[in-house]
Design a protein around this ligand. Structure first.
Ligand SMILES: [Zn+2]
Length: 529
């Protein structure tokens, strides 16, 4: 008998965004959703429309997008006590989100029902059933997240089961057992999931938190006991110590449990997905992440490279390239090559392993990444770099001859002003603009100067701007040198209303780094339209 498929339910954009230091803009969320869809997860939970206007805005945009693999889910809770479900605003917003899937959470634990909700056990059961039924009647695929499922079960098994059965009988497609406090052991998770699996006619899923460091192990224990859906986040983002890390779960399910989950061709893109989401979240990638961290396959080798390479393989649980990683003895030329080829193809370039310019592209990317550039979320800049190598002498559409940025402050406000002189062909365009800050002023002046020769730029907007100060040892120079300034990396996201792209700039000077990213953003817009 074929093993049942394991469905991956991503909640990076909802549960993950509760993590400390994580703050996604709507543009960030849309980019991550696109990336997750391309990777092949089954569900993308976009947010909780009832909790904030940003999530409502996200769903308004997401509605217009076509997802190839994933189904979008809106998250919310059961109806309030004493309120008919049709009259509950929060439930109404879930339908307004117009997603094919709605996930609601409800209470399993009698303690929470009486002490937190302060309602009768019967009213809680009615709240669960009413909400599930109402969403089903409105044509939604309904996932019921049973909050405190395991703690609740340990407290009062009979009542816990009654809540799950209330969801199932009302038509829920999934009952997902949540270890909300992250305090359970894998053996407990396995036993309780097995019981639920035996008593419920709908499918069972698992949602774990990493407070005890066993979120991934707990998810696997549940899968062994009959669950067929794992909820988690990319890189384990989430409240407190985080959620179950899907970047670990996916290869474990695929390679170690041998169960079908995401498409096999996505596994070599696992590291790329992990880096991309960190980059968009403006978080430094953790080198010790299992599977995808830079240290995951690092070996302190001896002097004879050949011998070390043989030895290294015997100290690895899997081939690093299977998850898009690489052995860190010598950077494998082959891995670098196929990585670039894969990326270039996904950006629409016709290029393969035999393309003569590949060497040049690879060297340029390596050299620039070593200097501190980062291309995982800057596909605009990467495309320009590949284009330059493939087409040789293609000259930029415009050239900045000079620019000047100044700031003054009086009693009331501070004003930034930028002047640019841009050459397009043999014409010079000279403009001045004010802005909220130096980069904004520069952006305004540049757009003003270029909007005459290139009116199509009017629809191009800067949607996000991120700055990262790199430590000196992260870049090629300055290690141990007291006098060298730290470098600044700027990542800009732009949009023309149809698509979004990222560009990157790097310099010791933040204005200079920003200008590089701005120029790339405009150059890419002019080329791709
Ligand atoms: Zn959670």
């Amino acid at each position: 008998m074929a093993k049942p498929q394991v469905e991956i339910y991503d909640t990076t954009l909802r549960d993950g965004s509760q993590g400390e230091g994580i703050n996604f803009s709507v543009a960030d969320k849309l980019r991550i959703a696109e990336k997750l869809d391309a990777f092949g997860v089954h569900y993308i939970e976009g947010g909780w429309p009832g909790s904030n206007p940003k999530d409502i805005e996200f769903f308004a945009h997401a509605k217009k997008k076509k997802f190839k693999n994933a189904r979008l889910a809106a998250f919310g809770s059961t109806r309030k006590k004493g309120v008919p479900v049709e009259a509950d605003d929060q439930v109404g917003l879930l339908l307004d989100a117009a997603t094919p899937v709605v996930t609601i959470y409800g209470k399993t634990s009698l303690l929470h029902v009486t002490e937190v909700l302060r309602c009768t056990p019967e009213e809680n059961l009615a709240m669960i059933a009413d909400t599930v039924r109402y969403l089903k009647d409105n044509g939604r695929f309904v996932i019921y997240d049973a909050e405190h499922a395991f703690d609740g079960y340990k407290l009062n098994a009979e009542y816990a089961l009654a809540t799950w059965q209330a969801a199932e009988k009302a038509g829920a497609d999934f009952v997902v057992l949540c270890d909300t406090n992250g305090g359970c052991l894998p053996s407990e998770i396995a036993a309780i999931t097995k019981t639920a699996f035996g008593k419920l006619n709908c499918k069972v899923g698992i949602h774990t938190h990493d407070d005890s460091g066993v979120a991934v192990a707990n998810a696997l224990a549940a899968l062994d006991a009959g669950a067929v859906q794992v909820q988690g986040t990319v890189n384990g983002y989430g409240e407190r110590t985080g959620n179950c890390n899907l970047i670990s779960v996916i290869p474990l399910v695929h390679f170690k449990m041998g169960k079908p989950c995401v498409p096999a061709k996505s596994l070599p893109k696992l590291r790329e997905l992990s880096l991309f989401v960190d980059e968009v979240a403006n978080i430094r990638h953790n080198p010790r992440l299992p599977w995808v961290g830079t240290a995951a396959f690092s070996h302190k080798g001896g002097t004879h490279v050949n011998a070390v390479q043989k030895l290294a393989a015997s100290y690895e649980h899997i081939n690093p390239e299977a998850v898009g990683n690489q052995r860190n003895i010598l950077v494998s030329d082959l891995a670098g090559r196929s990585n670039i080829v894969m990326k270039a193809q996904s950006l629409g370039f016709k290029l393969d392993n035999d393309t003569p310019e590949l060497r040049q592209i690879l060297d340029a990317v390596k050299q620039r990444e070593h200097a501190g550039y980062e291309y995982e979320a800057a596909e605009g800049s990467l495309s320009l770099l590949i284009r330059a190598a493939l087409r040789g002498d293609e000259s930029p559409r415009f050239h900045i001859e000079t620019y000047h940025v100044s700031m003054r402050r009086d009693q009331k406000e501070s004003i930034c002003e930028a002047t640019v002189r841009v050459r397009v062909g043999d014409k010079l365009h000279h403009e001045v603009a004010e802005g909220d800050g130096p980069v904004n002023a520069l952006d305004q002046a540049l757009r003003k100067a270029l909007s005459k020769p290139f009116p199509q730029l009017k629809s191009v907007l800067l949607t996000d701007y991120k700055v990262r100060i790199l430590d000196r040892k992260a870049t090629d120079e300055g290690a141990g040198e007291g006098g060298t300034a730290a470098k600044t990396r700027v990542l800009i996201t732009s949009s023309d209303g149809k698509r979004e792209w990222g560009t990157v700039g790097l310099s010791e000077n933040i204005i200079e780094a920003s200008l590089q990213a701005l120029v790339d953003a405009i150059e890419f817009a002019l080329w791709k339209r």
